[in-house]
Design a protein around this ligand. Structure first.
Ligand code: FAD
Length: 318
């Protein structure tokens, strides 16, 4: 079933969903099941699986020089989605990125997803690789996620890259995209970012999942701005609890999000990591309850492999 069909079926009830990361190369599918098994009692109708492109690393070779090589640390998104659907009978949402993909690669990936009856995709650009400095698309690939959305929407109309194909089989993808309540870090301003978000909706995207945020006010203002901009698709808040004190600085650095002063002040009183986790859980529970009361279609939790924390939050909210 499509993600948007789940929202429609819920008739205003707030759903929950989870995001998982593929295991590091050499890891087992069991590590994903260990994260998800204890969460399935909350009946998530869909589960997202992230995509991780190759990264550059510098390796010392036998003659002492460093060599730049590229490795993919977390391959396996499509297989993981199929395994999740098979084990739990829920929908899986693979993340599909522009980085590292030619248009042909993208089309082939989508054909495989379609064959596997995976009808949901989160279409995103991906970040710049370390040492690249800026996002560099693959030759023959997409520079922005709006172009990826257009390609998926074209396949939904039976249009493939091979112009010799007439009346090609229509895929039936529900397309999610990323949204940024605190603006995407590369964007010159919030309004410009929102205009590009609107362009993705006009290109065929069906719903938005947001970057994590710690201040609900940002999210509510984002909803308001989207409405004013004419963006009327479901908007799903993405949530990640603070679990370690160092995250007060690392999360803003990595995800360009602001930590509310009240949370920072509470964290400053804390002396040990256990209390930091407790504070993060309490904060996320309060955020979740307020968002649920406001009638969001779904609460989407970035699990980052931390089942116990996410379980405690969801238990308190539902
Ligand atoms: P885009 O929509 O392409 O936007 C990127 C920037 O370009 C923005 O500043 C935007 O304002 C601007 N822009 C957009 N269109 C245009 C245009 N036509 N002309 C000029 N400027 C434009 N990354 C991964 O690698 N794997 C994942 O699995 C993953 N999952 C994610 C899930 C969620 C819910 C979110 C919020 C992010 C995720 N990311 C993931 C991170 C994401 O790839 C980065 O945030 C990336 O930097 C931007 O992706 P995007 O799709 O928003 O990009």
């Amino acid at each position: 079933m499509k993600v948007t069909e789940h929202f429609a079926k819920a008739k205003g009830e707030t759903l929950i969903s989870f995001e998982v990361l593929p295991p590091l190369k050499g890891g087992k599918m069991k590590s994903i099941f260990d994260v998800l098994d204890p969460l399935m009692e909350f009946k998530p109708p869909f589960i997202d699986v992230t995509y991780h492109r190759e990264e550059y690393i510098y390796q010392k070779n036998p003659n002492g020089y460093y060599e730049k090589t590229s490795i993919r640390k977390r391959p396996g998104t499509v297989g993981i989605c199929a395994a999740i659907m098979h084990r739990y009978g829920v929908d899986a949402v693979p993340h599909l990125i522009c980085g590292g993909f030619t248009r042909e690669d993208t089309e082939n990936a989508l054909i495989d997803l379609n064959f596997l009856n995976i009808n949901n995709v989160l279409a995103i650009r991906g970040d710049a690789r370390q040492f690249d400095g800026r996002f560099i698309p693959e030759e023959g690939g997409h520079s922005y996620s709006v172009d990826l959305v257009k390609q998926i929407a074209a396949m939904n109309c039976g249009q493939y890259l091979d112009s010799n194909i007439e009346n090609g089989a229509q895929t039936n993808f529900c397309i999610g995209i990323a949204g940024y309540p605190e603006k995407h870090f590369e964007s010159p301003n919030f309004k410009t970012d929102l205009r590009y978000t609107k362009a993705k909706i006009e290109a065929g995207a069906d719903y938005i999942v947001t970057q994590m945020f710690f201040d609900n006010k940002c999210f509510f203002e984002y909803l308001q701005s989207c409405t004013e901009m004419g963006i009327n698709v479901p908007i799903v808040p993405g949530l990640k609890p603070l679990t370690k004190l160092y995250q007060l600085k690392s999360l803003p650095r990595m995800f360009y999000v602001n930590m509310p002063d009240e949370l920072v002040r509470e964290a400053e009183k804390i002396k040990n990591e256990k209390d930091a986790t407790e504070l993060g859980i309490e904060w996320c529970i309060a955020q979740s309850k307020e968002l649920k009361a406001a009638g969001v279609p779904c609460l989407h939790y970035y699990t980052m492999g931390d089942t116990d924390t996410i379980r405690r939050i969801v238990e308190a909210v539902y």
